[in-house]
Write a new protein. Structure first.
Length: 411
């Protein structure tokens, strides 16, 4: 009987150990959630105040668990065998918290987002308008051209009719219009933005006759990766194959009812999106042969260039939105989703008083700031915080960012 009692006590200890580990693992996860959410809100409020940003991270969480089982004997009752099992347990959690003030983190924080990230988020069916507002810092036409700066200070309270007039002007919009808002509404007015990856065939040198194409000296050029000899009109030409990704901006339908798209090339270097010559159909083709410079007579498409933000700029942007909200100007974006009515939710807002559908709060300089539950039609704050957390985590190490294999082509 003593042996069975000991075995029973050990089994109880084992079960208690499993339960304790599970409970503490969940508890630690909730602690990380609370601290990470609060830290994100604190830095956005620091950005609102134009104060320095500070970041820390929980490097590791160590849980020390100990469970013990023992047996006692009580002979005072005179009943049974008097054996009393006893189980004792204790926990000693430990945390490693460190400031993220190293050079590598600072560089990642200030590095503009790779446009491949834009494509990844687009594949997750996020609204085009949300991505454009959050990731794009400005549109422009190049040196001396018009610009649309994504600055919440330019946002004003306008009636729907006034906003429609601003959208019609696009890059020509003047205050009280928010020119960036006008451009975004124009870009998304005719449907969703699309992406397409294709092979761009770029001519190299002049057209060759058949004897010139058979010359031995061409063999060295043909050994280079991506170089081929192709028929070109009455002769031949060396061609280079280049992987290219384009963003396709929807325009109005043509006479046959087909949607017309304007292509803009994607590149890792600023501007990350820029206009290209539209030979062929870059928005639907697998391969496009580009006409040699000066032959097609088709200049580069007059598309505006896009400049992407860094993670730090996103935090500064959200702080500026909060500052504008506290000045009494709601910062709403117009979202047009397929098969759904248009909505105008707030992009971001921290509430000074607890909202009806509160998610969590964070204390800052003696006040509590609340985040409301996500609502596609009213408030995107929680979704924006989740996306910003992912963006910040991606920039913590340069190796975490997927490299784009697209190249900028210049003539």
């Amino acid at each position: 009987m003593k042996f069975l009692a000991c075995l029973f006590a050990l089994l109880l200890a084992s079960c208690s150990m499993e339960q304790t580990i599970g409970e503490h693992a969940i508890g630690y996860n909730r602690s990380v959630e609370q601290s990470a959410d609060s830290l994100m809100v604190l830095n956005i409020l620091r950005a609102r105040d134009e104060a320095p940003l500070h970041f820390t991270t929980i490097g590791s969480i160590r849980g020390g668990f100990s469970l013990g089982a023992s047996l006692g004997y009580d002979g005072s009752t005179g009943l049974g065998n008097g054996i009393i099992p006893n189980i004792n347990g204790s926990t000693n959690p430990g945390f490693d918290i460190g400031p993220l003030d190293r050079q590598e983190f600072a560089r990642g924080l200030m590095r503009p987002f790779d446009p491949v990230l834009f494509r990844v988020l687009w594949d997750r069916n996020m609204p085009d308008q949300l991505l454009l507002y959050l990731l794009v810092s400005r549109f422009d036409e190049g040196p001396g051209g018009r610009r649309a700066i994504n600055n919440p200070a330019y946002r004003n309270n306008l009636t729907p009719a006034e906003q429609a007039a601003c959208t019609a002007q696009g890059l020509n919009a003047e205050p009280p219009c928010d020119r960036f808002q006008a451009v975004v509404d124009q870009l998304t007015a005719n449907g969703p933005i699309l992406f397409n990856g294709y092979t761009r065939i770029v001519p190299i040198g002049p057209r060759l006759t058949q004897p010139q194409a058979a010359a031995p000296e061409l063999l060295a050029a043909l050994r280079e990766p991506g170089i081929s000899l192709r028929a070109d009109g009455p002769g031949y030409r060396l061609m280079r194959a280049v992987d290219q990704m384009v963003i396709c901006i929807p325009g109005p339908q043509d006479a046959q009812g087909r949607r017309v798209y304007t292509a803009a090339a994607v590149d890792r270097e600023p501007p990350q999106v820029a206009g290209i010559p539209q030979d062929g159909d870059p928005c639907s083709a697998d391969e496009v042969v580009e006409q040699p410079s000066g032959i097609s007579g088709r200049p580069a498409v007059p598309a505006i260039a896009w400049y992407l933000r860094s993670a730090e700029e996103v935090l500064q942007y959200l702080g500026a939105i909060q500052r504008r909200e506290e000045q009494g100007v709601p910062y709403r974006i117009s979202i047009r989703a397929a098969a759904q009515p248009r909505s105008n939710p707030r992009l971001f807002r921290l509430w000074r008083e607890r909202p009806a559908q509160a998610r969590f709060s964070a204390a800052y300089r003696g006040d509590n700031y609340w985040v409301a539950q996500h609502n596609n039609r009213e408030d995107l704050t929680l979704h924006v915080l989740a996306l910003t957390t992912q963006l910040l985590n991606l920039q913590k190490a340069a190796a975490d960012i997927a490299a784009s294999n697209t190249l900028r082509l210049s003539r």
